[in-house]
Design a protein around this ligand. Structure first.
Ligand code: DX5
Ligand code: ZN
Length: 229
């Protein structure tokens, strides 16, 4: 059985003055480029906005996975889809009208993602799942790269997998934050199938090799060997 594992290196850990080169370094190995949009309000950090996403869309070959850690995503999210992002994730904690916004993202031609912080229960959003193409479970408090993975999210990954249903279904289950060679197996075993990694990829000497190694570890843990009789 082929297990679907997708890797999305986060440009937050890349050299912002050389984004096109950093994107090219993982273009053969990865599935997506994860772009962390932060507004200094929803999270205490300020990063990339729409003009940079538009520029990346022109110069990067991988599809863009835009993770909006911003207030008022209802206002801004459709613009990221119109700028060419293939997936746009909004945060449940910030959205005022998530159904309308998720539909607007889809109508603009992108996949629609819903992100949950570590302390946000997934059960509260079960009714939104038909509007969602990807559920993002933060495995750190959002805002910064290089933080330690929060094991307390693992039971929620399992519960989310049960709510979503089988792997290879239409809703992808993404984890983001502290995903490394040490932690990716736990996420995959719990049911995640799309993995964001910043420091573990761009903080390594060979980003493409790091992506390939992470994929191998995730696939192995998604697909445990049968127990001996
Ligand atoms: C954090 C961002 C992450 C971040 C992950 O708020 O959403 O995408 O880049 O970085 P690492 O993999 O270093 O934890
Ligand atoms: Zn992110």
């Amino acid at each position: 059985m082929l297990v679907s594992v997708q890797l999305a290196p986060s440009l937050l850990a890349a050299d912002f003055a050389r984004l096109a080169d950093e994107a090219a370094a993982v273009s053969e190995a990865a599935d997506w480029l994860h772009v962390d949009v932060m507004d200094g309000h929803f999270v205490p950090n300020l990063t990339i906005g729409l003009p940079v996403v538009e520029a990346l869309h022109k110069h990067a070959s991988l599809p863009l996975d835009c993770h909006l850690m911003i207030e008022d995503p209802d206002r801004w999210a459709p613009g990221y889809a119109e700028a060419g992002a293939r997936n746009v994730t909004i945060h449940a904690e910030a959205a005022g009208a998530p159904v309308r916004t998720l539909r607007a993202i889809r109508a603009a031609g992108a996949r629609a993602g819903l992100g949950l912080n570590p302390g946000t229960a997934v059960e509260s959003y079960a009714d939104l799942l038909p509007e969602v193409d990807m559920l993002l479970l933060m495995t750190v408090e959002p805002g910064f790269g290089g933080q330690h993975f929060l094991d307390l999210v693992l039971p929620k990954i399992r519960r989310a997998r049960e709510l979503i249903g089988r792997r290879e279904g239409s809703v992808w289950l993404q984890v983001d934050g502290g995903v490394t060679a040490q932690t990716i197996g736990r996420c995959a075993e719990a049911g995640a199938d799309m993995f964001v990694a910043g420091t573990a990829v761009f903080g390594s000497g060979d980003p493409a090799a790091a992506v390939t190694d992470l994929r191998t570890l995730a696939a192995a843990a998604s697909h445990p060997a049968p127990r001996p009789e």
